[in-house]
Write a protein that binds this ligand. Structure first.
Ligand code: GDP
Ligand code: IMO
Ligand code: MG
Length: 430
């Protein structure tokens, strides 16, 4: 029995989908534990591309079960669309293969409307959210007025909750944001229909996972977003509204902390960020554009161009500490092929000449941080066919070795292409 958590070490889009799909081979269950359809996880299998937003990235394996835990915020419309889309592509997504926590919070139309209205009102100070209603849904959870998946199956309770919520939200939408009001009766009808369709999937995920663990099975926990988008530990307020750090796998799935065995930290071989907020190693020059083009750095969820920059070991080391990362999974190393020089940020320098080796909480202070770079030789070899670490060019190994040393965690795997097979395994995970 082993429980492994996969987390993003940067600002999301590190390639979690690819790695989760790859590691699924060794497990019985794959569990999403936080976030919602703000995530966009890409898998490329047999030349076919799948982008998943809510359904765990293990769904392509016919003999595994996927779980959406209580910590996830679920937009039922998106979930049903995702199920239908997978079925139309020949993937089996029956109720026994996809289990949905009865305790998960439900994203309602007013969450999406408020997310968009708030962003619009913020103008230039907008967070750059995905507009999927994630923040307002987690707000309602904390305010104890949220709709849970189990409520979709209780018409009277759902009616009362929707009426009370819409009354208050309509006040904000119309009087404060000058947006149109929503109709509670239409929402009720729509959400009761979603409930009827989702009912066969609804379960106590914590109990089912406990059953698998007692039977000696392995589980994989699939983080969404990344460490520096964490509501507590990220670059607040330019963060998401959940905890993408590994500890949240326990609260977000209902699994005890003593059950977790290891944490794999996903690290893109350079850095990207979508939306607003600090990004010390951002490249606003031709190299940044080159990385965006070569890496295909456009959002899997919103299609927005991703901001690009050099790899930041301060960011990765911070993530190793926060999530107790035991191994690093490096992705997109192939994208760096062709650069003459590659830079790696090893610390930050402040205007008074002092250096910092962790991200400060204050964004004012973070804005003053200048990256201190070490420079590495590039390589021109095509990496995509390489399957053994020792076959990588010497320059790659020097770069990755230094990253591992600075981050304080060993390498587990190196990904050299989007396909499942384009992977160099250094260590067994299961
Ligand atoms: P996630 O949100 O962490 O799952 O990452 P995304 O799916 O949003 O973005 C990662 C992108 O990089 C996807 O288009 C993947 O297909 C692609 N990708 C993953 N690993 C590699 C790799 O090693 N090399 C290349 N070239 N692309 C990769
Ligand atoms: P995956 O799982 C990258 C970013 C948004 C925005 C901020 C808040 O694919 O790595 P939200 O809609 O969550 O309130 O937006 O967080 N963001 C992501 N960036 N990858 C993601 O997910 C993200 N999910 C949210 O761009 O800056
Ligand atoms: Mg993504």
């Amino acid at each position: 029995m082993a429980c492994v958590v996969v987390v993003g070490s940067q600002w999301g889009d590190e390639g979690k989908g690819k790695v989760v799909d790859l590691l699924t081979e060794g497990v019985s269950g794959i569990v999403r534990f936080q976030g919602g359809n703000n995530a966009g996880h890409t898998l490329v299998v047999g030349g076919e591309k799948f982008i998943l937003h809510l359904i765990p990235s293990g769904i392509l394996y016919a003999d595994k079960t996927s779980y959406i835990g209580n910590g996830v915020v679920v937009d039922p419309e998106v979930l049903l669309m995702e199920i239908d889309r997978l079925i139309s592509r020949g993937v089996e997504v029956g109720p026994q293969r996809l289990r949905l926590s009865e305790r998960a919070q439900v994203i309602m139309p007013y969450h999406k409307a408020l997310d968009l209205a708030r962003e619009k009102a913020k103008g230039g100070a907008a967070i750059g959210t995905t507009g999927r209603g994630i923040g307002p849904c987690y707000e309602d959870k904390a305010a104890r007025v949220g709709v849970r998946v189990c409520d979709l199956l209780e018409p009277e309770l759902l009616k009362a909750k929707i009426e009370a919520n819409v009354k208050e939200k309509n006040f904000w939408l119309t009087s404060y944001y000058q947006e149109p009001a929503l109709d509670p009766a239409a929402i009720l009808e729509q959400y009761l229909a979603y409930g009827r369709r989702l009912a066969p999937h609804v379960t106590d995920v914590s109990l089912e996972l406990d059953g698998l663990l007692k039977a000696g099975k392995n589980l994989l926990f699939e983080g969404a977003q990344g460490t520096h988008l964490d509501i507590d530990h990220g670059t607040y307020p330019y963060v998401t509204s959940s905890n993408p750090v590994a500890g949240s796998a326990c609260t977000g799935a209902g699994v005890g902390v003593t059950r977790l065995n290891s944490v794999q930290g996903l690290v893109k071989a350079y850095t990207t960020r979508v939306g607003g907020g600090p990004f010390p190693t951002e490249l606003l020059d031709a190299t940044g554009e080159w990385l965006r083009d070569k890496g295909g750095e456009f959002g899997s969820t919103t299609g927005r161009p991703r901001r690009c920059g050099w790899l930041d070991a301060v960011v990765v080391r911070h993530a190793v500490r926060l999530s107790g990362i035991t191994g690093l999974c490096i992705t997109k190393l192939d994208v760096l092929t062709g650069l003459d020089k590659i830079k790696l940020c090893v610390a930050y320098r402040l205007p008074d000449g002092s250096t910092l080796e962790a991200l400060p909480a204050s964004l004012t202070r973070l804005a003053q941080c200048q990256p201190v770079y070490e420079e590495f030789a590039g390589w021109r070899d095509d990496l995509t066919g390489i399957r053994r670490y020792e076959d990588l060019p010497q320059a790659c190994r020097v770069y990755l070795g230094r990253l591992s040393e600075l981050a304080g965690a060993p390498l587990t795997l190196v990904s050299v292409g989007p396909e499942r097979e384009s992977t160099i395994m250094l260590k067994k995970v299961f």
